[in-house]
Design a protein around this ligand. Structure first.
Ligand code: MN
Ligand code: MN
Length: 295
């Protein structure tokens, strides 16, 4: 681990912390634009823009116990990255804390979910995954790699758990859409969120997961789920996306069930800081939302 600066208000030691942040500066399988490896530090820097007080939840982040472990020390080997992410997430869960991961490309989510699968699998799996993403990420391989950002949902569903819902989707190959149908994968399009509202979509998703016995969830936010007008600095921008308010609503509604959170695919080289700023703010919203839960 190395650490230049901590996320704003992450002033607690590890032992006392309820929330533990770590960064994954990894973008080796990125297909269109590299640069998300720079995001963890840029998101940390952006986090100092905000007031410590969250008026919606009446919570001051300085009153909470947040620790920032820094960034994983990584090279470009995907398997090593996934193992390191898994290992740190598993440690945080064992210690009864909530992991918050700053990506990096979406591939890393597999390592987090693997740790959750093992932590909450006894005697039966009782956790699910909600992924907000413009893309289905259901390819079985991409550019010769099976562990790629374009395959992350496929790998999670195939290897780890099919208690998984995708929200905000508006892009995928014909094969991916066909696979989703065949496998009965639960997904909601960005248009559906626009028509029905995020509250209805997220409630339906949480109900579907709880109907399968999932009391807890892991929440993964691929920043490209947000419209490029608001978040242009991402690896694969996709128009007709969600608004930042939609994503904030999803976080507020899902937080009571969420035991882990990541924000991935911010690519700071392609905008003027908007996407990292939004990423930092969404992390702060998650922490505030989760801190008021009695669960
Ligand atoms: Mn993705
Ligand atoms: Mn995506």
């Amino acid at each position: 681990m190395f650490r230049e600066r901590v996320f704003a208000d992450a002033t607690s030691g590890y032992e006392d912390a309820g929330f533990v942040i770590f960064g994954v500066p990894f973008d080796a399988t990125s297909s269109f634009r590299y640069g998300s490896r720079e995001a963890p530090d840029v998101i940390r820097k952006a986090s100092y823009n905000f007031e410590t007080y969250n008026d919606f939840f009446d919570v001051d982040l300085t009153d909470l116990y947040i620790h920032d472990l820094g960034d994983l020390d990584l090279d470009t080997h995907t398997g090593d990255m996934l193992y390191a992410v898994y290992d740190v997430t598993a440690m945080i869960l064992r210690d009864g804390k909530i992991p918050i991961v700053l990506g990096g490309e979406h591939t890393l989510t597999y390592g987090c979910v693997k740790a959750f699968t093992e932590a909450f699998n006894d005697p039966v799996p009782d956790f699910g995954v909600i992924i907000l993403d413009a893309h289905l990420d259901l390819r079985d391989e991409y550019l010769g790699a099976r562990q790629s950002h374009a395959c992350v949902s496929r790998n999670i569903i195939d290897d780890l758990t099919d208690n998984c819902v995708l929200i905000g989707v508006r892009s995928g190959s014909a094969e991916e859409y066909a696979h989703a149908k065949e496998r009965g994968i639960l997904w909601h399009s960005a248009d559906e969120v626009d028509d029905a509202g995020m509250e209805s979509v997220i409630r339906e998703s949480l109900d579907a997961l709880s109907g399968r016995g999932c009391e807890r969830i892991y929440l993964s936010i691929d920043t490209d789920v947000i419209d490029p007008a608001y978040a242009p600095g991402v690896g694969n921008p996709e128009p007709f996306g969600l608004s930042p308010r939609d994503v904030r609503a999803a976080i507020r509604l899902a937080a009571p069930y969420a035991c882990g959170f990541d924000i991935v695919e911010v690519n700071p080289g392609y905008d003027h800081g908007e996407s990292a700023m939004l990423g930092a703010r969404l992390v702060r919203e998650f922490i505030a939302a989760k801190s008021v839960c009695t669960c």
